[in-house]
Design a protein around this ligand. Structure first.
Ligand code: NDP
Length: 340
């Protein structure tokens, strides 16, 4: 009888309304032949948890197709080939895949990228040398256009994207102000990543601190969170400021009611005109042609010590659910990965 293997996977059991809870997920186990008829079977070494996965759980038009109840939770992964029906891949190869929250998936060979573990820890292909690092690089350079001496403010500054944005900003000669949640994260951003200033968005006097930290105003705001932070940043934007709109994590589980004293959309638009602001949303895949350039520059900055990174690794497939919910509440500290 053919050898079999048990693949354990987490599926979306139901669509969440607001913050997801454990009831929106379930764990399945399926026993299958180890050898796939086509493609390759992987043993997942790491899979990535990212804020965009919250968006995939909602119905409705977006830049990517929504999950349906019963689908495996999606996402990037790094796996070792344990059986292959494709001549391009052999047992023992380490590959970057998009196989989601499961332990032993079968994946199509097309779209897999072989990783060389001697060049960098393979987990970095999901973080600083992967999609989040590329998001930081392409969003900041193509839309932010950083220039020496300018003030760059970045939110979610200790995370996978924000930490890279701020460090690239320093390389380009900007004065960098990071915004993060809590004393431990702000200390890390300032002392270990070398940002000029780091502010805690939960501090009661955050609004005053932000103003004081940007005496020359803000030339680039790299938007990762939206909500209250955006409301406080907006009046500080300088003429000709650039705003790469990368993410709005504070809004992914719904909107807080807008305080009546805040400017209305027509008032915001007036400021966009008067100050000649440039706001541009983007998805990292818009810049996929720049992948080689990104890998070359980022690998160089990591080896020269100009870019540092931090990973938050959670062990055990079943821990993925609380870790993902924690990501949406700021409980991760660095690029969040699961070692299932
Ligand atoms: P992070 O590792 O930064 O984790 C998310 C962080 O967001 C949390 O740790 C928390 O940090 C912060 N956060 C959560 N809730 C709130 C809130 N209500 N208010 C303020 N901050 C909050 O994630 P990533 O680096 O992977 O992603 C950062 C952003 O970039 C996200 O918005 C994501 O959707 C976006 N993104 C966009 C891409 C694109 O192609 N446009 C691609 C990849 C990411 P803290 O504790 O410091 O508040």
């Amino acid at each position: 009888m053919a050898e079999t293997i048990v693949n354990r996977r987490i599926i979306m059991a139901s669509r969440p309304s607001g913050m997801p809870g454990p009831e929106n997920f379930s764990l399945e186990e399926v026993e299958e032949p180890l050898q796939p008829p086509t493609g390759v079977r992987l043993k997942t070494l790491f899979f990535s948890l990212d804020p965009y996965m919250r968006g995939r759980m909602d119905e409705g038009p977006s830049y990517a197709q929504a999950l349906s109840p019963g689908d495996v939770m999606e996402g990037g992964s790094v796996g070792e080939v344990i059986a292959s029906a494709d001549p391009a891949f052999s047992k023992g190869d380490i590959v970057l895949a998009y196989s989601g929250w499961q332990t032993h998936p079968v994946v199509k060979a097309k779209g897999l990228r072989k990783l060389d573990p001697s060049l960098a820890p393979v987990s970095t292909a999901l973080g600083v040398l992967g999609m989040p690092g590329m998001t930081a690089y392409t969003g900041l350079l193509n839309i932010g256009h950083p220039k020496a001496g300018e003030t760059l403010v970045v939110a979610a500054a200790s995370g996978a994207v924000g930490s890279a944005v701020g460090q690239i900003g320093k390389i380009k000669g900007c004065r960098v102000v990071g915004i993060a949640g809590g004393a431990e994260k702000t200390r890390y951003v300032r002392e270990e990543l070398g940002f000029d200033v780091a502010l805690d968005h939960r501090a009661p006097d955050f609004a005053e601190q932000l103003k004081a930290a940007c005496p020359q105003g803000i030339d680039i705001y790299f938007e990762n969170v939206g909500g209250r932070v955006w409301d406080l940043v907006f009046p500080l934007l300088n003429d000709f400021a650039r705003v790469p709109v990368c993410g709005l994590i504070s809004q992914y589980n719904g909107f807080a009611p807008r305080a009546p004293e805040l400017p209305s959309v027509p008032e915001l638009m007036e400021q966009v005109l008067v100050k000649r602001l440039r706001l541009q949303g983007f998805i990292v895949s818009d810049f996929s042609a720049q992948q080689n350039e990104f890998l070359h520059d980022m690998a160089g900055w990591i080896s020269s010590g100009q870019v540092k990174y931090r990973e938050d690794v959670v062990d055990g497939l079943e821990k993925a659910v609380p870790a993902f919910i924690g990501l949406l509440q700021g409980r991760n500290f660095g690029k969040l990965l699961v070692r299932p």
